[in-house]
Design a protein around this ligand. Sequence first.
Ligand SMILES: Nc1nc2c(c(=O)[nH]1)N[C@H]1C(S)=C(S)[C@@H](COP(=O)(O)O)O[C@H]1N2
Ligand SMILES: [Mo]
Length: 401
Amino acid sequence: MTRPLLGRRELLRSASGLVASIAAGRHALGAPAPASGAPGRPMAPLSERAPAEHPARALHERLTGISATPLGELDGTITPSDLHFTRHHAGIPAVDPSRFELLVHGLIDRPTVFRLDELRRLPSRTVTCFIECAGNGLPAVRSAARDRTPGDIDGATSNSEWTGVALRTVLDEVGVKPGARWLLAQSEDAGRYARSIPIEKALDDALLAYGQNGEPIRAEQGYPLRLVLPGWEGSASVKWLRRVELGERPWLTRDETARYSTILRDGRVRLFDFELGPKSIITSPAYPRTVDVGWWEIRGLAWSGAGRIARVEISVDAGATWQDARLDAPVLPRAHTRFRYPWRWDGGATALCSRATDERGQVQPSWQEFSAARAPGNDYHNNHVRGWRVESDGRVWFERG
Ligand SMILES: Nc1nc2c(c(=O)[nH]1)N[C@H]1C(S)=C(S)[C@@H](COP(=O)(O)O)O[C@H]1N2
Ligand SMILES: [Mo]
C-alpha cells in the first residue's frame, strides 16, 4: 500500500482530507478531463436513477413472501419508497381509491363509513418511523452462512415519512363506548388479513396513513390506506385497510395466533408481543465489500420500538472493547438512526460489531443471551448483536455474533 495514512485527529478534523488522501494514493493528481461541452439530455416528467446506479430489493417467494431493502447500498435514514421492503401473505391487491371505503363499527356510538376524501379532510399529521417485520433477521438465526449482505440479514426494516390521520381523531368522530378495550383492523387483501390492537395504542400514536415520503402510499405498502403502529412489529400495521371494529376482547385471528407469538425457553408463550427491542447493524463495511489497510468510516443503522436510540457502541476487536459511535441528528423516536465511527484497519483479522441502547435503557443482547432466552427455532424479534468478520486478506463476512 503506497497510500499515505492520516492520523485519527486529522481524519476527524477534515473529511475532505480523507478524500484527498485516498485519491492521492490511487491516481496521479491533475485536473479532471473537460466535459464535451455538448448539452445534456432533456428532462422528463419523472426522474430516474443515474444510469450507473441499480439498487434493488432481493425477492424471496413472490406471492406470499418478503422483498428486502438493500440496507448495505443506502445512505442516510429514509428508505426510497421503491426500495421499501414488502411483506404480504396473500399478494398485493389492486384497490380502486374512488370506490374505497373504511367501515368503523362495533362498540361505538355512530357506526360510520369513511371515503378516502373524507379521511383526507380530517386533521393530519406526518411522522417518521421504521416498519420492521417481526421475522427480520431470521436468516441470521436459522443459518450460520457468512455470505450475507446487510439487506439479506436485516432488510425487512425500512424507514419512511408517513402522513395520514391519527386513528384517535377517527375514533373521536365515531365516539368509542366505555368497555371498548381492543380494536380489530382488517384488510381487503385476498386473505382478509386481520389483527387485534389494544385501545391504548390506537389512542396513542396509531396512524391511518395515506402518504409515504410525500406521495400516496405505494401499492405494496397498502394503498390507499394502511395502519402504521410506530415501534411495533410490522405485522400489526395492517395494509389495504377496510374495516375497524371496536370490542371488549382480542379476536384471536389466524394472523395473530398461527404466527407472531414469542416462545420462551421455559415454555411460556408471549401472545401479543408487539414492541420491538433495540437493534443495530453495521451497513458498511460489510459483505460483499472488501477493505484495504487505512481509514474507513464504519456506518450503520440503529432503531428501537421503545423510543429514541440513546447510544451505539462499536467494537473493532470482536467484542473485547467498545467505544461510542457518533449519532446523526436529529435522533427521532422509533426511527432508523444513522451512526458513524472512524476506524483504521491495520491489516489484522478481526470482527466489527455494534450494540444499541435505547432511551429506556434497554441494551441489544448478545447472541448467547438472546438464544438462551428463546425456545429453539423461535425467530421473532431477534435483535442480538450482529458482527462482520474481517479476514487479513480484506474480505468481510457476516458473523452471527
Ligand atoms: N393486509 C395485510 N397487511 C399486512 C400484511 C399482510 O399480509 N396483509 N403483512 C404484515 C406484515 S407481516 C408486515 S412485516 C408489514 C410489512 O409492511 P410493508 O410491506 O409495507 O413493508 O405489513 C403487515 N401488514
Ligand atoms: Mo412481518
